[in-house]
Write a protein that binds this ligand. Structure first.
Ligand SMILES: [Zn+2]
Length: 267
């Protein structure tokens, strides 16, 4: 398999900096809360799919060093530095129900899934690998959060205000009717946002919105909450350093490169 150059650079930088910090005994511990963004937990051959075995290792590692919380707990506490980690999943893959939900039950933890509206609102959408409406209801009952990831997963930064209102607000209301509960959180597709996009989200009855800018949970703007995008090349052994301030800074730079490449591919 061909590994993208940006991921190779991230791995190399992480290794070098981890070694230097060890040699110089720099204290890299950070208690700031972090939100991780996963996609598919399966054997699929792409950068954002992580195998069940590797994912289990990562959760085990995180559960030993941090408190795994759900979004509601972290957002309602407004405490940004009590060593918590929130686990989120973008795009609503069915393997989250099959592979993650049973695992999380054994740890007594919950995650958040950001789903794409057309999979539930458009009968012609290709959705065989996506969570069903029933599975979303079951996850919600078990304490998981169901967030929204726009109607059609386009780059929102190039859409008109009218298109944005449909992608972010109107279609969300339709999905809420089908689900029977409110959707409180939004994740920007490809992590892309602009002032215009954020304005529409703010006016659409969400409590918070999430980017993949990397870094710890900020306290400045709840509609630009940073998440760390997890790729298949980040292993359980990398987590300790990745979740320090320096590790997150590198991750944030790489996330921007990957986002640009993703947007180019979607045209
Ligand atoms: Zn997405």
């Amino acid at each position: 398999m061909k590994v993208p150059i940006s991921i190779k650079i991230e791995k190399r930088l992480l290794t070098i900096l981890f070694s230097i910090s060890g040699l110089l005994s720099i204290d890299l511990k950070s208690n700031k809360n972090k939100i991780l963004c996963y996609h598919s937990i399966s054997q699929k051959n792409d950068n954002f799919s992580i195998s069940v075995k590797e994912f289990r290792k990562q959760i085990l590692k995180l559960s030993k060093t941090k408190t795994i919380s759900n979004i509601n707990e972290v957002m309602s506490n407004k405490i940004v530095n009590n060593n918590r980690v929130v686990i989120t999943f973008d795009d609503g893959f069915r393997d989250v129900f099959e592979n993650v939900y049973p695992l999380f039950k054994t740890f007594d933890i919950q995650g958040c899934v950001f789903v794409v509206g057309e999979n539930y609102l458009n009968s012609k959408a290709k959705k065989s690998d996506k969570l069903t409406l029933n599975q979303l209801k079951m996850l919600n009952k078990a304490g998981w959060d169901i967030g929204y990831h726009s109607y059609s997963h386009k780059d929102l930064t190039i859409l008109s205000k009218k298109e944005l209102e449909f992608e972010i607000a109107e279609s969300k209301k339709e999905l809420e009717k089908k689900l029977g509960f409110k959707i409180n959180y939004f994740a920007y597709p490809f992590g892309g946002y602009s002032r215009k996009v954020v304005n529409v989200v703010e006016k659409s009855e969400y409590k918070a919105a999430f980017t993949v800018d990397g870094g710890s949970m900020g306290e400045a703007n709840v509609f630009k909450m940073s998440r760390v995008c997890m790729s298949r090349h980040i292993k359980a052994g990398d987590l300790e350093f990745l979740l320090t301030d320096v590790g997150l800074c590198i991750n944030s730079i790489v996330a921007k490169i990957v986002r640009l490449k993703d947007i180019m591919k979607s045209f």
